[in-house]
Write a protein that binds this ligand. Sequence first.
Ligand code: NAP
Length: 312
Amino acid sequence: MSARLLITGANGQVGWHLQRTLSPLGTVLALSRDQLDLADLDSVASTIRDFGAQIVVNAAAYTAVDKAESEPELAHVVNALAPARMAAELAKTGGLLIHYSTDYVFDGSKEDAYAENDPTGPLNVYGRTKLEGEQAIAATGCGHIILRTTWVYDVRGKNFLRTVLRLAREREELRMVSDQFGAPTWARTIAEATAEILVQILKPGSSEIPRATPEQTGVFHLTAAGKTSWAEFADAIIKEYEDCCSWAADTSEYGAPLMAKRVVPITSDQYPTPARRPRNSVLSNAKVQSVYGIAMPEWRDQLRLAMQDAIR
Ligand SMILES: NC(=O)c1ccc[n+]([C@@H]2O[C@H](COP(=O)([O-])OP(=O)(O)OC[C@H]3O[C@@H](n4cnc5c(N)ncnc54)[C@H](OP(=O)(O)O)[C@@H]3O)[C@@H](O)[C@H]2O)c1
């Protein structure tokens, strides 16, 4: 009998790819919001029990950062209470929870890349509820791995890359924030790294519930390498798209020509949003590299591969 893995948020950016990268590792049940609503805490617990999940990979989250400012209760239930309930259920059977968190647990005032044990200080409701989720999971005593990532994008779903390409088809000039820094991280890379982590924990062909060593558990940062701003990222998206389109004979959404000629950098003050965002979102991957040997690739290289994936 192989390991039983439950994936939540199956239609999200990371959840989509997890279904593909985790399928060789055991019996996988991947559920979308329609099939498992995290706001229904009793269903969360009964689904884990009924499936006999040994590992839960929780890719579901309330991720609408600005909307969370006006829906703090729902964000709290989905981002804090639901993962806590997963962890409490798994703790009963010695299972493992893999959970994702965010750079938004930090206030962004540090000059260098954040390490896992740097002081937190979320600036918005989303970040606060994600931090509460981290703390609530740890409090249950369940074996857990929390992967904090940043600026997630994919060629599907709702994200910055898709927004930039839509705007670039409509306008000649895009105004983008240039004083927030981070590392855009492709959802597929996160899913691949998650699979690599699990391969190192699971015993191949064994029905035993995986027992990660203390060193292998806790909080880890997992983002693309390098650093950029939203404005530079937008510029790179347009350039990579145009490079790919020059050799792609495609008439789909990703083959359409762009109008945008330039990205105009603006400050955060010129683009007010309901939720405040950290100025510095750069996280250090040193811990995941030293514990798991995972070397996260440069954001720009990943962007090129993601774009080729969409257009080819
Ligand atoms: N996106 C980012 O930039 C970013 C940055 C840092 C960290 N993270 C973290 O990375 C993880 C994966 O995020 P992602 O980028 O894959 O986000 P995503 O694309 O927004 O996917 C989140 C998924 O969660 C689902 N969901 C929302 N509320 C739910 C509920 N009540 N019950 C069940 N499912 C629910 C959504 O369902 P619908 O499809 O129905 O909306 C969506 O499929 C999350 O923990 C997130 O906090 C994301």
